[in-house]
Write a protein that binds this ligand. Structure first.
Ligand code: MTE
Ligand code: MO
Length: 251
């Protein structure tokens, strides 16, 4: 429904606090070595696995998906990602039937990522979702963008894309997937739990405590446009939340 964002905007306007708490981190992020890279799958699984990133990618069948991303700061973009469904990684992991949540973790390398020397932040960056969300067909693991390997600043070599949730849920440069039966806390819940919660589904009618979420500014455009319920993906995901009405689903 919306035009694809210009590639050079997507690769030069970023949130990646490991490299600084501002938008121009793209050159600093080039220092991240994305090969060799290993991904660990552990917790409530049949067997703990540590996989080389290229071995993992070769086992998956890659596809391209054009997704919207809506940052909680009220800017947005449309990106052609390459990758594979998160459900395929869950299948590879063989979680035990008792596992109900998936916790994901980013690298910890304060020698390279100078933002990680800011000791008031709870490094490493962590995010979590339910297994029902992780196996929804929209949940996607990104290895590429614009037909090329994804750039460091966008979360190389492996980042999540959850298009119906605020952008901070789409964790970058993942090193660990842990299956658990406890709702994980997250980086932003630990920094400011009154402003950022576990669910963080996009809802234009529920304002952030400090600003409205009704509209957004697409990167490269001056005019604001309306924000859509579940960022426009209600048909695919609303059923996940039908029985959870008591929860703070929208921040
Ligand atoms: N590890 C990590 N992942 C992260 C972040 C971060 O600071 N560190 N920022 C999040 C936020 S707030 C947004 S909006 C998106 C931005 O993705 P982009 O820079 O590719 O646009 O990444 C998310 N993933
Ligand atoms: Mo964000």
């Amino acid at each position: 429904m919306r035009p694809i964002t210009e590639e050079n905007l997507v690769t030069t306007y970023n949130n990646f606090y490991e490299f600084g708490s501002h938008k121009r981190i793209f050159s600093a992020a080039q220092d991240l070595d994305v090969r060799p890279w290993t991904v660990t799958i552990d917790g409530m699984v049949e067997e703990t696995q540590t996989l080389d990133i290229d071995t993992l990618i070769r086992r998956m069948s890659l596809q391209e998906r054009v997704y919207r991303l809506r940052c909680v700061e009220a800017w947005s973009m449309v990106v052609p990602w390459t990758g594979f469904p998160l459900a395929d990684l869950v299948a590879l992991a063989r979680p035990r039937s008792s596992a109900t949540f998936l916790r994901m973790e980013t690298f910890l390398q304060p020698n390279v990522a100078t933002g990680q020397r800011q000791s008031w932040y709870p490094w490493p960056y962590v995010e979590g979702i339910t297994l029902a969300e992780a196996t929804n067909e929209l949940a996607f693991l990104v290895t590429g963008a614009y037909g090329k390997p994804v750039e460091e600043q966008n979360g190389a070599p492996l980042r999540l894309a959850l298009p119906w949730k605020y952008g901070f849920k789409s964790i970058k440069s993942i090193t660990r997937f842990t299956f658990t039966d406890e709702m994980p806390s997250s980086f932003w819940m630990d920094v400011a739990g009154d402003e950022y919660g576990f669910w963080a589904n996009v809802n234009p009618e529920v304002p952030h405590p400090r600003w409205s979420q009704a509209t957004e500014r697409p990167l490269g455009q001056d005019d604001r446009i309306p924000t859509l319920m579940f960022n426009g993906y209600a048909e695919e995901v609303a059923s996940l939340y039908a029985d959870l009405q008591g929860e703070r689903l929208y921040f």
